[in-house]
Every structure is written in C-alpha cells, then in structure tokens.
Design a protein around this ligand. Structure first.
Ligand code: PRP
Length: 205
C-alpha cells in the first residue's frame, strides 16, 4: 500500500491521468473528497505547498509536487523522478516599461517564495526588502507595494495582462515524484516499480 500526496490543480490532475494510463482504470476524486483509495494506492488531495509536509512527516509515502515548491520548502526528501510536466519558471517580474536596476539602494521584492528570493539576492550581494504575499503577486508593482516580484511564470499571460514582463529567470521547474526517506527504504520495491512504470508511460522506455 502506498499513500500518495497530490496537489489540487493541474499537476495533481496530470498525475492521476498518469496513474490511469499505467493501471488502466479510473482514478478520480469525488466532488469534495480528499481521500481516494484504489487498489494498493491511497491518494490524498492537498494544497501544493503542503505536499512536502505530508511526505516529510510520512502521512504520505510519496507525492508529486513542483520543483519550485521543493526548493522553497527545503525539507529532506527523496527526489525520485522528474516527471517533466507542470513546466514553469520562477522569474523576476517587473513593469513592462522598466528595466531591473539592482543598484537601487532599497529594492522591494514581493513574493510568496521567500527562501528562493532571499537566496537569489543574497548570493549576488544585492540588498532587498522581501515583502511576503500569499497570492495575486502581480499586483504589487502596480500599486507601488514593490519594485519587482518573484513569481511563477507558466505562459507569461498573467504578467502580460497586468503590464509586467519576466525580466530574469531564477530557476526552471517541473513536477517531481518525491518520497519520504523511511518509506523509500521500507517500500523501495514498490516505489521503484512505480517509478519504472511511470518512466515507461512518459518516455516509452
Ligand atoms: C501562478 C503564478 C501566476 C500564474 C502564472 O499562480 O502565481 O499568477 O500562475 O501563470 P501564467 O504565466 O500562465 O499566467 P497559480 O495559478 O499557481 O496560483 P496561486 O499563485 O494563487 O497559487
């Protein structure tokens, strides 16, 4: 039996489609259901940012989550496989008519990814004030709350529609299959078997 934490949204849906292809049966959560049991799997539907927490505390053996979330959380987890979907980047966004000016004495950066942001700027010795937000990050430069943002860019449409442009890419991201360290040790056979099946469906190899 493997317990699998899946994020609500696209990555979770794509993961279930992957399981459907592998096992040739339906894997669907009921309307508001948060647990789905099919054969030897128990799926948990959680917020994307909570996937590493469920897996780290072994409430789930494995999970699927974006690399951006893993890099932000920094929990000690096994990265089993890059699934290749859910591709996006973590980028600096700025007003379309502006250029980044790192020499400005007090740069304000709005983001929900504080760790990634702090690391990026401190590695370059650029002093910044990080303003933590929980969503609608693109709004911050428009109302003078921040000079720039660090946020997820997938199609770039949200930035574009709000008069921003991605000015610098910090990292690429895609969905990863992750495992709890103890689970990976105790259920290695099951997890590696699943990894192999996923690889076959994804790459035909
Ligand atoms: C992300 C991100 C952007 C948007 C980018 O939000 O914060 O707002 O997607 O996508 P685009 O480049 O295709 O327009 P998400 O939908 O993950 O929601 P959240 O930030 O509210 O969690």
């Amino acid at each position: 039996m493997l317990t699998v934490a899946l994020p609500k949204g696209r990555i979770g849906d794509d993961s279930l489609r992957l399981f459907e292809k592998i096992f040739n049966k339906e894997f669907r959560f009921g309307d508001r259901k948060l647990i789905l049991e099919v054969d030897d799997f128990k799926f948990l539907r959680v917020r994307s940012q909570d996937v590493p927490t469920y897996v780290y505390h072994k409430a789930a053996d494995i999970g699927v989550v974006g690399l951006d979330v893993l890099e932000e959380h920094r929990l000690d987890l096994v990265r089993v496989l890059d699934l290749g979907f859910g591709k996006c980047s973590v980028s600096i966004g700025i007003k379309s008519d502006k250029e980044i000016d790192f020499s400005k004495p007090s740069l304000k950066v709005a983001t929900k990814m504080e760790n990634i942001t702090r690391d990026f700027f401190s590695k370059r010795a650029i002093p910044v004030e990080i303003i933590k937000l929980y969503g609608s990050i693109e709004l911050a430069p428009l109302v003078g709350l921040a000079d720039m943002i660090v946020d997820i860019v997938e199609t770039g449409e949200t930035m574009r529609q709000n008069g921003l442009k991605p000015a610098l890419k910090i990292m690429d991201s895609s969905a990863y299959l992750i495992a709890n360290k103890n689970s990976f040790y105790e259920k290695k056979g099951e997890i590696l078997d699943l990894r192999q099946k996923i690889k076959e469906v994804l790459h035909g190899s």
